[in-house]
Design a protein around this ligand. Sequence first.
Ligand code: HEM
Length: 467
Amino acid sequence: MGTSRHTGGSDAADEGDAESDGDAGGGFPPGPSGLPLLGNTHQFSRDPHGFYETLAGYGDVVGYSVAGQDMVTVLHPDHVERVLVTDADSYGKWQLQNFGTSFAPNGLLFAEGEQWRTQRTLAQPAFQLDRVRAYGDRMTAFAHEMAAEWGDGDRVVANERFSDLTLRILADSLFDVDVDADGRGEAITRAADELNRRADSSSATAFVPEWVPTPANRRFKRAQADFADAVDELIAARRADPEGHDDLLAMLMAAGEDGEGMSDEELRDTTLTFLFAGHETTSLALTYTAYLLAEHPDVRERLEAELDDALGGGPPDVLDLPALDYLDSVCRESLRLYPPAYVIFRETREPVELGGYRIPADTKMTLPQFKIHRDGRWYDDPDAFRPDRWTDEFEADLPDYAYFPFGGGPRHCIGMRFARMELKLVLATLLQRVRFDYVGDEPPQPTMAASYQPEGDVTFRVERREG
Ligand code: HEM
């Protein structure tokens, strides 16, 4: 941890308390002042969304400090493009260990350099178009099974049910494993919950290093250990019975056999990464989409009409998707308002220039989709759910990185195609059979956890559309 440039502000530092210790002439970017040592940590953890609102008042490249780290937030699509794409080599992944926590450091999400390149190359074939298409039938079948269990008037906790569903789909498609059969699913879901709780920036634990034996940290470590055990068992079971599998795990393991490719640790970390990154995100997208449809009956009815017309009550197929334009717009708009991966983290590898400011090496950066996706400069009525806005003309005029739910550049989401298809096939299956009526008094409140988790459960009353 370096000495923060943003710890020398006044004690009265508050959200509205502007300080400009940077200047557009090439210094560190300006931003809100903070307390000695703590920087802006208290403002951030008290109200992370409000804090980002404050940052936006300082411009498109904003400097501040959290937990002793200099931080920069980027709020303009052109700067996002520079960081993720044009100058991608100058920006590394933000290694979470710096904040006292670790999750699968040798997996695809956090690996760097040659290690990352090797893993990405090994995993890529599992996400090619023809492969991903082949997963479609199972996505539809699992969604159908879930809908069949729901009776008219049942209450369902969407974030839980969708998490079970997406984990089941992912484990089946990429690891040829039935997570329901042997209780592994529970260890994985619990670890994902703990990881989210641990990372929630508004919780007191977010900035306490992992080695401090708080009850939350102990729970987190135990859950991580169980998750790792579940993955070790999965790998051991496959090693004992390697024949007849042609999935992501087979690709990753085959690479290790000739002495090239992955160590056991990398294999475990990458498997952990896929199991986590590949199910929580899509589950959140389903949860928020169901909520948005429940609150917008006009959109829901139009979507139902499109599905009924195109599918006539039958199971959707990958080949049906190109005809489902409105479903595509609904998913796009939902990922705009509630991007499950709500912020992209980077760290400068060398001094860089961005937006007229100088940013030293080792500065942490955030590129917040949740904020840029709701910027009135790019979106009319930015908080409104309006799938209709996604016309060809609108997209042609939209700056490239005003919308980036799956990131961009070399580290963009490897599962993007898989996730988009899953989202659409699951929705097309469910919405032909059920309606979701939201039963909460308040809209779901997204939290800044490891993903954009709602605070508490998102519960719906299910209404069956067919007999
Ligand atoms: C709606 C669902 C999803 C969203 C919004 C999402 C979003 C993202 C984003 C924004 C990144 C880039 C992170 C960065 O640049 O630091 C990313 C990376 C990644 N995602 Fe996804 N993702 C989703 C689904 C999936 C699925 C289904 C899988 C796997 C099957 C997956 C696996 C990964 C992996 C392994 C990476 C790291 C890639 C690399 O660094 O090379 N994601 N995802």
